[in-house]
Design a protein around this ligand. Structure first.
Ligand code: ADP
Ligand code: MG
Length: 391
């Protein structure tokens, strides 16, 4: 029998959630829509077995285990408590963190990541999603930290950027006039997007304003280019920096928080497509299929075999390489539809999520008395990666 969502919620309040692995995989099943119920009744292609197990009804039946299976009754607030709160806590400690929403179009990725943002923060709407809640919590943590430490010199700075990857091109959602931005790599800054607009934010309302602005620009870009926004990946990034003095030395700590709403994972129909449409279908497949390949190769590495991890083969994986097998704590939320019409896509998402469960990240705290030491540590980590690749 299905375990109630209350139980799954309690499980994840367990502070050991992040202890074993730096990659956590959550399945989130959306409810059947009224339309689906009117056509097919309450039949579903999946059945929740426990708070960590889900069965695909087949044929043949297949069973999958994850860190958490959230059924349609798990609210935005409870999912946030499970996944968002520990993520903010990790950022405050100086860990890079990343959350991906994966799944076919219509499975609930945007509902999960953004939800109802126009309504403001969680006090205003039950449908308010992960991102606004994360920032509300982040700023309340910062406020508390300031109150507790009572250190005049303690300073926090949060800078946000918002981009879209479409057709292997990067568009700045906070400055749509700039186009075709390039990814650069630097021993100090790590991987970053050149000339991407960064906005300093001091409260959750600032962030919501950026989210609304970015979402509107995304819509305009989609309309101008005559395509669905479900075909692009959006990446909202916040860099949280803090600095304080202790025994005459200035300490720095920083964390990068990436919140990613991926393009729909359904197979793109390239048959019959020509020109731009064909290029588009191929390129969209490229970022997502490279993501799949990166994951498979990472899993290979953690099994002791040597594989080349093709991070640079797509914009998405190049930009997010730290979140995949690098210096980050990462949550993958694989969104699924229970509708029997979506049965095969749901199976494919469950299989993807299953593979992702075996990624091992190596997260370190980004903190030191001088920024240079952090850069050196990152270089050492990079070299270790190279060595393990050569072995
Ligand atoms: P995607 O971004 O994956 O294409 P959406 O987030 O737009 O999918 O979701 C599709 C529809 O399903 C939307 O109308 C959304 O409000 C609804 N929906 C998705 N997940 C849930 C959920 N967990 N509870 C209630 N409604 C949901
Ligand atoms: Mg969406």
């Amino acid at each position: 029998a299905a375990v109630s969502s209350i139980q799954s919620f309690e499980l994840c309040e367990d502070p050991s959630f992040w202890k074993d692995h730096n990659v956590q995989v959550i399945i989130r099943m959306r409810p059947l829509s009224n339309n689906e119920i009117s056509v097919q009744g309450n039949n579903k292609c999946v059945r929740q077995e426990s708070c960590q197990t889900i069965s695909w009804t087949g044929p043949p039946e297949a069973r999958f285990t994850f860190d958490l299976v959230a059924d349609e009754n798990v609210s935005q607030e409870n999912l946030f408590k499970v996944a968002g709160v520990p993520m903010v806590d990790n950022c405050m400690e100086g860990y890079n963190s990343c959350m991906f929403a994966y799944g076919q179009t219509g499975s609930g990725k945007t509902h999960t990541m953004l939800g109802d943002i126009e309504g403001g923060t969680r006090r205003h709407s039950v449908n308010c999603g992960m991102t606004p809640r994360i920032f509300e919590h982040l700023f309340s943590r910062i406020q508390k930290e300031k109150e507790v430490r009572r250190d005049e010199k303690l300073k926090f700075t949060c800078k946000c950027s918002f981009l879209e990857i479409y057709n292997e091109q990067i568009l700045d959602l906070l400055d749509p006039s700039s186009s075709n931005l390039q990814i650069r790599e630097d021993s100090k800054k790590g991987v970053y997007v050149e000339n991407l607009k960064e906005m300093e934010v001091t409260n959750a309302r600032d962030v919501i304003q950026l989210l609304v602005q970015g979402a509107a620009n995304r819509k305009v870009a989609a309309t101008n280019m005559n395509r669905a926004s479900s075909r692009s990946h959006s990446v909202f990034t916040c860099i949280i920096e803090s600095q304080w003095d202790s025994q005459g030395v200035t300490h720095f700590r920083f964390a990068r928080l990436n919140l990613v709403d991926l393009a729909g994972s359904e197979r793109q129909k390239s048959s019959g497509a020509e020109g731009e449409r064909l290029k588009e279908a191929t390129n969209i497949n490229k970022s997502l299929s490279t993501l799949g390949l990166v994951i498979m190769n990472l899993v290979g590495i953690s099994n002791g075999k040597s594989h080349h991890v093709p991070y640079r083969d797509s914009k998405l994986t190049f930009l997010l390489q730290d979140s995949l097998g690098g210096n980050s704590k990462t949550i993958i939320i694989a969104n699924i539809s229970p509708s029997i019409c979506c049965s095969l896509e749901t199976l494919s998402t469950l299989k993807f999520a299953q593979r992702a469960k075996f990624i091992r990240n190596n997260a370190i705290v980004n903190e030191d008395a001088s920024g240079d030491v952090i850069a050196m540590r990152l270089q050492i980590q990079q070299l270790k990666k190279e060595v393990s690749r050569l072995r």
